[in-house]
Structure formats: C-alpha cells, structure tokens
Ligand binder design. Structure first.
Ligand SMILES: Nc1ncnc2c1ncn2[C@@H]1O[C@H](COP(=O)(O)OP(=O)(O)OP(=O)(O)O)[C@@H](O)[C@H]1O
Length: 368
C-alpha cells in the first residue's frame, strides 16, 4: 500500500488512464509485487497422487482491477481457485503455505469464512440448483455466504427480520442483471448466458470485495457476451476486484487489466494481455501439439487455420483412443479423488496428462 497514489480511492480505477498508471510500473515477471495487493499467496502446492497440480511460490493480486488467470487445460487454475477459497487444502499446508486476503490470514480458514472475509467465487449451477427458482438461488446465495451463523444460532429472529431486506437486495441484483422477470422460473430453464449472470448475481449477494469468476464466458451466446463483459467491467468500475479464469482469449484481451499465466501448476508469466501473449514462455506452454493455438489474435484465426486445428485435434483424439483401447485395464481414477463434480462441470476436455502446460509428476518425471 505504501507506494500507492492516495488519489486512487475506491472506484477511481474506472478511468483507463488510472489503471494504466497503476500497472505500468509493475515488474513483468512471475510473482511480481503489486502496489496494493488484496490477495497474497505463498508456497501453495497441491499434489494428487504423483501429480503436482499446483505449485505457486508467490502471487499477488492487485486491488481494484480485473486480473485474468489463464493457462492451458490442466494447468491447475481451478485447483488453485479451490485452494485459496478454502474448498481444498494445500499439500504444503504444514510446509510454509500461506495466503492472506485484504490483510487477513486465510491459511486454515473454511470456505464460508473465506466468503465472509469478502472473497467470493461463482459456481456453475449444479443439478440441485437448477431445480430451484432463480429467486431461491439468490436467497440461498445469501444464506450460504452471509447468514449461515445466524441461521444456526440463537439469532434466527434477527435473520427473519433481515429476510425482507435480503429479498429486496436479491430483486435489485436480478434487475441489474436483467433477470427479474425470470425470478420465479427454474434456474435450469435459463440460457447459458443467463446462468452466468445468475451465478454472478448470487455471488454478489454477500457484497464481496473480490469476485472470482470461473470461466464466465463458457456457454454464453454472442448476444449476451457484450452484456456480460459490461457487467464485469462495471463491477470493477465500482471498485470491486475481479479475478477470473477464462479460456476465451478474445475476452481476456478485451477486459483484463492484468494477466497471470499458469502452466504445469506454476505461474510462468505476468503482464498486460498483449505482453504475456507475446511472451515466449507462454507461447511455448500453449503450443506443444497445437503449434498454432489461437491466443486471441483475430487475424490468425482464418477458416483454413480452424480446419487445420480441427484436424490436429481429431488426429490426437484418435491416437489417444487407440492408446486407451490398447491399455483398457481398470485404473484408479485420481480425478475423482476429492471432488467428483469438479470435472463433470467443465465444458471442455482436459489436456492429457503430460501434454505441455498440463500437470506434471511430483517427482518431475513425464507422467506418461
Ligand atoms: N480432484 C482431483 N483429483 C485428482 N486430480 C485432480 C483433481 N482435480 C484436478 N486434478 C488434476 O490436477 C491438474 C490440474 O487440474 P485443474 O482442473 O486445476 O486445471 P485447470 O487449469 O483448471 O484446467 P482446465 O482449464 O482444463 O479447467 C490436472 O492434471 C487434473 O487432472
């Protein structure tokens, strides 16, 4: 905080020039210090069997701007989100893992306490949530994230009194995200984009300081894309910190003020979008098998290039299927070791273990 321009008060980062002035002096290297970090992470390692999914030495997330966390499939982004929000425990828990949010240590904190501290993540709607109405989802969002202690304790009446207030707030948020007319509809009946809006609205029920969005553009049709991007930017313009994981590089280029790149569980690059996408370490991490992977540069994405990529993917999948058929003996499915829903919720397939950018073995050997 020491070097931060005192005029950069809450909301003043709505001005692009102010954001540029803030990020310009930051060193372009993994783990660089930020002028006013809201989140600081040290020594977070997560192993699954012999695989090191996350191995982050140091990361700082700047307050008040939009930071994108990108990386190839299997790079460890979702696992990292799970770890810092208390939904998973680092393997390095007793070996120096340390992280703090807004000055408060979160090392041994539960997921609900992390949310109470002001760091809230969105969740993709599960089957159960799909069967509830949009409004009930919002009310549950409030209970999950704020009133849990009130509901369980002798404060039930206090909660009841607050309920009307909470409902009014839910309606305001639904209005803001153009979902009010749908408040009595089942969440499952919403379009992909509307679900993303509902996920965001739910997370905002607890007035977070930082919102963490997991693939906000997944399954969103082009008509809603602009509106979603606008909502994310206006949250930042109102003073909120945004951290998001996204595969859509066009979106990353469009709205990120800062980009952090992960590969093989590690932070490999940091900088502004155009800078990291030109960084050889990033290009190498994304390349590997797909040497022309689109990093969001529209000029590169010709029809011919798309066909070439589709052919490469098909050839790779055929080779993988053949390999699986050749080794089709039962194999313990480490993927479901902790969280059976984790990958079922993902819309895309994981990189096969050992593909560039994917997880690596804890002993450093090629997992194949
Ligand atoms: N619960 C789990 N049990 C075992 N292995 C897991 C588990 N969760 C993740 N992994 C493994 O950890 C590595 C990192 O996965 P993670 O989902 O965090 O990557 P990611 O960067 O979010 O990938 P994607 O972009 O595909 O969502 C992968 O190799 C994955 O298979």
């Amino acid at each position: 905080m020491s070097d931060l321009d005192p005029t950069l008060t809450r909301g003043s980062l709505a001005d692009p020039a102010a954001r540029k002035a803030l990020t310009q002096p930051i060193e372009r290297r993994p783990g660089s210090g930020k002028p006013d970090p809201i989140l600081k992470v040290d020594n977070i390692v997560r192993n699954f069997g012999g695989i090191t999914a996350v191995d982050v030495d140091h990361l700082e997330v700047q307050r008040g701007i939009i930071t994108a966390l990108i990386g190839p499939n299997g790079a460890g982004k979702t696992t990292f989100f799970n770890l810092i929000t208390g939904f998973d425990r680092p393997s390095s828990a007793r070996q120096g893992a340390h992280w703090s949010f807004d000055g408060r240590t979160l090392d041994k904190t539960s997921a609900s306490s992390v949310a109470l501290a002001g760091m809230v993540r969105t969740f993709q709607l599960t089957k159960a949530l799909n069967r509830m109405t949009v409004m009930d989802n919002m009310m549950l969002g409030a209970r999950d994230q704020k009133g849990e202690r009130l509901l369980n304790g002798p404060f039930w009446f206090t909660w009841k009194k607050q309920e009307a207030e909470v409902e009014a707030k839910a309606k305001d948020l639904l209005q803001r995200f153009s979902l009010l007319a749908k408040k009595d509809d089942f969440a499952g009946s919403l379009s992909g984009g509307q679900r993303k809006l509902l996920e965001m609205a739910r997370a905002l029920m607890s007035d977070p300081k930082m919102i963490m969005l997991d693939e906000p553009m997944a399954g969103v049709n082009p008509a809603l894309t602009q509106s979603l991007l606008g909502h994310i930017q206006s949250l930042r313009d109102e003073g909120m910190t945004v951290l998001f994981v996204e595969h859509d590089m066009h979106m990353v280029r469009h709205i990120s003020d800062w980009v952090v790149v992960m590969a093989e569980g590690r932070i490999i690059s940091e900088g502004r979008a155009d800078e990291v996408m030109a960084d050889q370490a990033v290009v190498d991490a994304y390349l590997g098998a797909h040497h022309d992977t689109d990093l969001g540069d529209d000029e590169l994405l010709t029809d011919e290039k798309m066909e070439e990529l589709a052919d490469e993917v098909a050839a790779e999948e055929a080779a993988r299927d053949a390999e699986i058929a050749a080794h089709s003996h039962p194999h313990p499915d480490h993927h479901h070791e902790l969280d059976a829903d984790h990958h079922a919720e993902h819309h895309h397939t994981d990189a096969p273990t050992g593909q560039p950018g994917g997880a690596r073995r804890a002993d450093g050997k090629d997992p194949k």
